[in-house]
Write a protein that binds this ligand. Structure first.
Ligand code: HEC
Length: 611
């Protein structure tokens, strides 16, 4: 029952942590059961496994009491602090926690079910590790959990707590571990990963074309590299471990009212299941798509949407660039309420589109309970007089919030003079161009923007723009096209780093861990950019991590975070990063004066606010 030692590869500092386990017993396969009255069949857990899951995810025993354990430094820990998921992650495939490598503890890794488990560990610091050589059984598993003893007999790292668990609870835990990351998620085949992108019906044909052209070009590039197999972009380790697969991406274009989208998505998934929803496009609702992703455990990977679902932060499988117009609303409220003199009245000007209406509702929802007199005025060329009257009644500390497009605002400022109150404008609707307005309008106006400031953005997006040029694709919508570029690039990066472990839980685990490293880098990079005066192209000679040669070393090598992260610093958003359970990659928005001088961050003309 010897399992081969796990092998350490150092791939430009990335280590591959290989746990080869031989199959010693047959897996008891659960009878799959339908989810939500249809859809793709996901395995359902039995009663014992559910008890085990409670220990694993919540640190709770079957009787509801918290699990207790002795943690690092001989401290007593309990409950969620001691939950396995906090270190070994949802997939059970581990990762890195602080400076420590957390090994995989899925059924195949510990008990030798099925294929060998080979995972890549991103180590930032040198550290030696010992290698497991034998499969665990009930007895050795108990010794690991209770006494901190490795199957080889050595002492486990003190970070691994010693748990006070009775036998029946250990049994439940083992049963649950045996269900973790056993078979590939739906949509994965030997040589292919099936994906979909989702389009809602509100998208115009022109916008759809820009989106699809950009997405197709990105996917084609991935597939060419896979098929030829010779391109330098595929590292030998990826070929060796068969971690690069051809992508088949379907376009799921939804039809009719949003109440029917859920069913449409379920039907498509049932007919031809996908591993993930890669990017996506909507200017209206995204809630039904997120619901579908959560129910089916299909990652919804960075769609281009301005209106995120209300429960976006609670999803386990849905990742977004930012909190959309709701984030803008929160940033405005944050500003309004931090003023020395609180407003008595807030007027919101709402343009002729569903998104503007929903944006104003967000403000209404947050401030509706306060004593502030909240007014919503629908913009139309017919009621300019009414708007003017309302403006005249405002007091200096009152506030005007505009959800108008540039055309709508230009029509307004031609006729109506500016109220002398703070005016908040949304760049989601207005863009960043200064409207054709008078000085009084301009002097009171603040733009709320989720995207990076123009000069820094220009510097961040050079790689994306070069790529467009090389592909002879026109730059029509910088925000949306660069979102697609990042979505596909980062997906490709994550997928190849997952090697052959194509489990959707693992995709999210790895994203949280790799993008959180990126966050650290981004902050440092930004400080540097600011110190250099905010502009300047980034040096081109920095190679992407995938182009680097393979180094096989016997000793761990520390990771070069620069190389790891450089490849993805290509978004239009500032400070991209995700850590555990975060669902918005960029967490704040700028508030800035709409003048050329305000195109840099100085804390007065432009402020970054995380509400
Ligand atoms: C605070 C972090 C932490 C928590 C919580 C934690 N572990 Fe671990 N675990 C580790 C670390 C670190 C190791 C590696 C120790 C070593 O190899 O020396 C490990 C190793 C193991 C091993 C041995 C794996 C091998 O390759 O031989 C098993 C089994 C295990 N953990 C199971 C669990 C279970 C089950 C839980 C929850 C009841 C749990 N762990 C909770 C950190 C943790």
């Amino acid at each position: 029952m010897n399992r081969p030692q796990f092998v350490l590869f150092a791939l430009l500092g990335l280590q591959t942590f290989i746990v080869c386990a031989q199959s010693t017993e047959n897996t008891v396969t659960e009878m799959p059961s339908p989810v939500n009255g249809g859809g793709i069949k996901l395995p359902e857990l039995n009663a014992l496994e559910i008890q085990g899951r409670k220990i694993y995810l919540e640190g709770k025993l079957t009787n509801g009491h918290p699990v207790t354990a002795i943690g690092a430094g001989n401290t007593r820990i309990s409950g969620s602090q001691a939950s396995c998921v906090s270190c070994h992650r949802h997939s059970g495939l581990g990762g890195v926690e602080g400076n420590e490598v957390i090994p995989p503890i899925s059924g195949p890794a510990l008990f030798g079910l099925g294929e060998p488990v080979i995972v890549q560990i991103d180590k930032r610091f040198n550290q030696s590790m010992s290698t497991p050589s034998t499969n665990y059984n009930a007895k050795t598993f108990a010794a690991a959990i209770r006494l901190g003893r490795h199957v080889s007999g050595r002492k486990l790292n003190a970070l691994m707590p010693r748990f006070d668990l009775p036998s029946d609870q250990l049994q439940a835990l083992e049963a649950y571990l045996r269900t973790l990351s056993v078979t590939w998620s739906p949509g994965v085949k030997e040589n292919e990963v099936h994906l979909a992108t989702v389009i809602t019906p509100d998208i115009s044909p022109e916008r759809l074309k820009v989106f699809i052209d950009t997405l197709n070009a990105m996917v084609a590039q991935h597939n060419v590299n896979v098929v030829s197999g010779k391109r330098q972009r595929i590292r030998p380790i990826e070929r060796l471990l068969h971690s690069r697969r051809y992508w088949k991406v379907d376009v799921w274009d939804l039809k009719g009212p949003s109440s029917t989208w859920g069913e449409q998505l379920e039907q498509r998934q049932q007919k031809n299941p996908v591993f993930a929803v890669l990017s996506g496009l909507s200017q209206d609702e995204w809630q039904p798509v997120q619901n579908f992703c959560e129910i089916n455990k299909v990652p919804c990977w960075f769609p281009s949407v301005d209106l995120v679902p209300d429960n976006a932060e609670k999803g386990a499988y849905s990742l977004y660039f930012s909190g959309g117009v709701e984030l803008e609303a929160k940033v405005i409220v944050n500003q309004v309420l931090s003023a020395e003199k609180k407003p008595q009245k807030i007027i919101q000007l709402v343009g002729h589109n569903a998104l503007a209406k929903k944006s104003s509702e967000k403000i209404q929802n947050i401030l509706g309970m306060t004593a502030i007199d909240m007014r919503i005025i629908e913009w139309s060329p017919q009621n300019l007089e009414q708007i003017s009257d309302e403006f005249n009644k405002l007091h200096p500390q009152d506030v005007l919030i505009s959800w108008l497009t540039k055309d709508e605002l230009n029509d307004l400022v031609k006729v109506v003079s500016a109220p002398s109150v703070p005016i908040y404008l949304s760049s989601t609707f207005l863009g960043e161009d200064v409207p054709a307005w008078s000085k009084e309008w301009g002097s009171n106006a603040w733009l709320v923007q989720r995207l990076e400031l123009p000069k820094i953005r220009e510097a961040n997006l050079w790689r994306f723009k070069d790529w467009l040029k090389n592909r002879q694709l026109p730059l029509i919508d910088e925000k949306m096209q660069s979102e697609v570029f990042f979505a596909v690039n980062s997906f490709s990066w994550m997928l190849s780093s997952m090697l052959n472990n194509l489990h959707t839980d693992y995709l999210i685990d790895r994203t949280e861990s790799l993008l959180s490293m990126r966050d650290t880098m981004q902050v440092q990079e930004e400080i540097q950019t600011l110190m250099m005066g905010g502009g300047g192209r980034k040096p081109k000679e920095i190679k992407s991590s995938l182009e680097a040669p393979l180094v096989v070393a016997t000793k761990p090598v520390s990771i070069d975070i620069n190389l790891l992260t450089k490849r993805e610093s290509t978004t239009a958003y500032p400070r991209i990063g995700l850590s555990n359970n975060q669902r918005f990659a960029s967490k704040g928005a700028y508030i800035r004066k709409l003048t050329p001088e305000a195109d840099y961050y100085d804390g007065i003309n432009a402020k970054w606010i995380i509400p």
